[in-house]
Design a protein around this ligand. Structure first.
Ligand code: AMP
Ligand code: MG
Length: 436
């Protein structure tokens, strides 16, 4: 039996970063940039106004007040997206809308609120005014007032994003602002997901006596998708070496293979046998509860190495094992370097027992924040077959082997799987409510 940390380190040593691909900007959300990106122009490209108002020469407004306003002759108008061709000369102003470039000659914007705003609101783009329209200014403007400087966000030829950056919505926006329609990113891994067991039937099919639905393919497939991979469900393999071998061969086009079940002692142990025969085994058990039996190995196909994680069959064990081992492997393939999860210190709301067990106990719990402190309660019985305990949880306790009992009120570490903790979470335990 090896520690979770050692197991992860060994798994990651067999996992390589995938190659880049180029794709449309929006589709690259969550992927890792493989090129430095610079801007070929200033952002904003021109000095422009941050307010609707009048573009003026600040010195022309000197001494303006409600009692002694300054009158300026309005020579034109300009809206965002247009450039005013004329110039603001002494004693004149140009009516201007937010985002429009500041006309030549002007160095400040007087907002409408500081004028008598003599105009009707009209959808004007840009025009010169011939009539002797006058605007009355009630407040002195400082040079630069209400203007945004060209290049104040991004300078021409400045690198805006470095390679290795994970593209979140804000980075996607920055890339759009510099005009990048397509980006080079590490491609998304395709993950083949295979369930094993004679007892399994596919959801949507009738369920004969003695059979259960295959839920692992769906929970694990969904985890793959959540963390940015593309799951490819291979279906269900019977507990025979032949059936499993055939299915596994069908999955070796993928970048990673995940199987569930068939790795525990006393079982048919077919996964182990197929791995040993067709690939390479790395290790067998990790010191964790739930989830102790775990297979890891590699298959080789056309000079490529395809890592294989053999998850335990129990539905909770397979999800927890994927969270601890599959997720980092997936993120590493995607070029990410940080797979740590937020961990909180939480106050246990009930007794948690992990006596005489040399494994770390990842109990499913629900964490709620109150007055700046976190409180953790278990989501009911902790059997590794009870998938609803996972559905009602937003975190996993991390109880080390040397701790036999956690008493209510003691602090524990909790690995957060989700941050949601609103009212809707509190009412997610219909079974328990009915029992009370
Ligand atoms: P095994 O690792 O094959 O001994 O399976 C352990 C437990 O997990 C058994 O109770 C199986 O019925 C259950 N199990 C295995 N695979 C799945 C699956 N894909 N969906 C739901 N339960 C499963
Ligand atoms: Mg089985």
């Amino acid at each position: 039996m090896i520690s979770v940390e050692d197991a992860l380190e060994r798994i990651l040593s067999y996992v390589d970063v995938l190659e880049p691909e180029e794709k449309p900007l929006l589709e690259a959300l969550g992927q890792v940039l493989v090129e430095d990106v610079m801007s070929s122009f200033d952002i904003p490209p021109l000095d422009n106004t941050s307010m609707d108002g009048y573009a003026v020469r600040a010195e022309d407004t000197r001494g303006a007040s409600p009692e002694s306003p300054v009158d300026l002759r309005v020579v034109g108008e300009v809206a965002a997206g247009y450039v005013f061709e004329g110039e603001v000369t002494q004693g004149t102003a140009v009516r201007i809308m937010t985002g429009a470039p500041v006309p030549a000659g002007a160095d400040a914007i007087v907002p409408f609120e500081e004028t008598d705003e003599p105009f009707e609101k009209a959808p004007v783009r840009t025009r010169r005014l011939d009539a002797a329209a006058i605007v009355r200014v009630f407040k002195e403007a400082q040079p630069g007032a209400n203007t945004r400087r060209a290049g104040e966000d991004v300078r021409r030829e400045q690198t805006v994003l470095r390679r290795g950056t994970v593209l979140r919505p804000s980075e996607i926006g920055v890339l759009a602002s510099v005009g990048k329609a397509r980006v080079k990113v590490i491609r998304c891994p395709v993950v083949a997901v295979l369930s094993t067991g004679d007892e399994l039937v596919e959801v949507g099919e009738p369920r004969p006596a003695g059979k259960i639905y295959d839920s692992n393919a769906y929970s694990v497939g969904a985890l793959v998708r959540r963390y940015g991979g593309m799951p490819r469900l291979l279906g269900i393999a019977k507990d025979t070496v032949e059936a499993l071998t055939a299915k596994i061969h069908g999955g070796l086009e993928a970048d990673m293979l995940i199987t569930s079940a068939g790795v525990s002692r006393g079982d048919y142990d077919v996964v182990k046998e197929v791995l040993a025969r067709e690939g390479e085994i790395a290790f067998w058990t990790a010191a964790m509860k739930p989830g102790k039996p775990l297979a890891f190995g590699c298959f080789y196909r056309d000079g490529r190495r395809i890592p294989h994680i053999g998850l335990p069959g129990n539905p909770v064990s397979s999800m927890v094992s994927f969270e601890l081992f599959g997720r980092p492997a997936l993120l590493k393939m995607m070029g990410k370097t940080d797979w740590h999860r937020p961990m909180v210190r939480a106050i246990a709301q009930e007794q948690i027992v992990n006596r005489n067990d040399p494994r770390v106990f990842y109990a499913r719990c629900f964490v709620r924040e109150r007055d700046g402190r976190y409180y953790a309660s278990l989501t009911g019985p902790q059997g590794s077959g009870m998938l609803t305990s996972m559905a009602y949880a937003n975190g996993l306790t991390v109880i080390p082997p040397e701790v036999d009992v956690v008493e209510p009120g003691e602090e524990i570490d909790v690995l957060m799987l989700d941050w949601s903790q609103g009212e809707e979470w509190g009412s997610r335990r219909p079974a328990e409510e009915a029992a009370e």
